[in-house]
Structures are given as C-alpha cells and as structure tokens.
Design a protein around this ligand. Structure first.
Ligand code: NI
Length: 263
C-alpha cells in the first residue's frame, strides 16, 4: 500500500468523527490542499495489536522509526515514523500499557481485544478499522474514571485520532498563534490544557489543537454523544543543522492527548 492510499483511507474514515476538519481546511486553506505534519493512532499494548505488531505496516510503506516517548501519568508509550518524502505526514502511534492499569480495566479491555478477528491486524488499514466489539455505555463510563484514553479507544476504536496541519507548509501563516487567532475568530473551540500553544521555539516545536468534535456513537444499549476526533496544528523550528526538528515533545503531546477528554 502506498502512503497516499493509506492516508486517503484514514482521512475518509476520520471525517465523520471530526466533521469540523473540512471547515478547518476551508478556513485555513481557502480550498487549496493542505499538507499534514503527522497523524496520530492509538492502540492497546497487546502482542496482537501493540506498537511492535503494527510497525511492519509502516516500514513496508517506506517509513523509518523515529524517537520513542513515555507518558507516565497516562500509562502510555509512543513512537513515531518518518517518511523520506517531507510532504508525507509522520505517523505518531501510542499504546496504553495495560500491565500498569488496574485489574478492573484489564478485565474490561481483554474481551474487546479478544473480539478482534485474528487476521485483522495483518491489514495495513487495521489502524482505521474502527471498533471490533460492542460496549455498553456503563463500560465507557467505568473506563473514563480510570483512563480517558482507554474509554476513547473502547468507544471509537482504531482510527486516526487526529490529523495535524503543517503550519510551516501552510501558505499565509507562519506561527501557531496566527492559526489559533484565525480559528478562534471563526468560532472553533481550542484545547486550552497547558495553554493554547503547547511547546516553544526552545523545544523547536509549537502545537495547538481543536477540542474533539462531539459525535453520536452507537453503544450496545443506545446512542451517546461523546468526543470523537480533532485537528492539530504544528509549527517546527530549525535545528543547528538548519533542518526542521522532526520529533515530538513529551510535555506537549501529553496535553494534546487531552483534546478528547470527556470531562
Ligand atoms: Ni499530534
């Protein structure tokens, strides 16, 4: 599968969960194509569907492994993949470390993972295959109490959690602050956790994000409106060698995760 086909499929799957995304494109791009810096994926740390299990898909599309990250409080581990073509978005993927979660959470999540057909993760588009299970609303609420990440994944499933506009490659803008001002003037709600702008020139990366669109989700016992997916904006600063920094910043990513918080 080519990166182009991969991202096109993820974008089609993402739009119904982030209906604001097309308006973001219209507002920032005026109808012109927008180059994305990265997308983000979420999964559970399980040998069948964890980071190591999914990595071969990204390598097969020509991506190389970038840095690794750890989010202690959220019990997450992450890494990113970078393509030699700078106009191809990076892939940032995180996993929930189930070993560090409560017995109750593990007992709730185990049957969800078990419901995934054995062959499904072998498809490169597994990461946008959605949910392979049905959960009652009470299960979602119980997961929320321990892990917003687990609750989101249980309710929404495997799909692009966000796309990220490359502000460096966005005509007419040269800062995240400008993008934020435009979006706020157009009525978008932004993630204010840790401030509207996460990061700084000192860490060579500035990011902001919309709050996830609230979307109706089918639970086993009815429909509930919950946070779906969101859009992020990233501006990268040059390193000493003149190349733009391509990695991520743990403290900033930690706050970006909260764009899907339900409470
Ligand atoms: Ni991101």
């Amino acid at each position: 599968m080519t990166p182009e086909a991969f991202f096109a499929a993820l974008w089609r799957d993402y739009l119904p969960l982030a209906p604001s995304a097309e308006r973001v494109h219209a507002v920032l791009g005026g109808g012109a194509p927008i180059i994305n810096d990265h997308i983000a994926l979420r999964t559970f740390a399980d040998p069948r569907i964890g980071l190591e299990a999914l990595e071969p898909h990204f390598l097969a599309m020509g991506f190389a492994v970038g840095d690794h990250y750890r989010f202690q409080a959220k019990k997450l581990r992450a890494r990113y993949y970078r393509h030699p073509d700078p106009t191809v978005p990076k892939i940032f993927i995180s996993e929930l470390l189930l070993d560090e979660c409560s017995d109750a959470l593990r007992a709730t999540v185990a049957p969800l993972i078990d419901a995934i057909p054995d062959a499904a993760p072998a498809d490169p588009l597994f990461v946008s295959s959605g949910r392979h299970w049905s959960v009652p609303q009470a299960t979602y609420e119980a997961l929320l109490a321990e892990s917003e990440y687990a609750a989101w994944l249980a309710a929404i499933g495997f799909r692009a959690n966000h796309f990220t506009v490359s502000v460096n490659q966005l005509p007419g803008y040269d800062s995240v602050a400008q993008v934020n001002a435009k979006l706020q003037a157009e009525g978008f709600a932004l993630n204010a956790s840790g401030g509207l702008i996460k990061g700084s020139p000192e860490v060579m990366l500035e990011q902001s994000a919309t709050l996830a669109d609230r979307v109706p989700v089918d639970f086993a016992d009815g429909v509930q409106t919950i946070p779906g997916c969101f859009y992020e904006f990233a501006y990268r600063y040059p390193q000493a060698d003149g190349q733009l920094y391509q990695g991520f910043v743990e403290a900033s990513a930690d706050k970006i995760f909260e764009s899907t918080d339900a409470r």
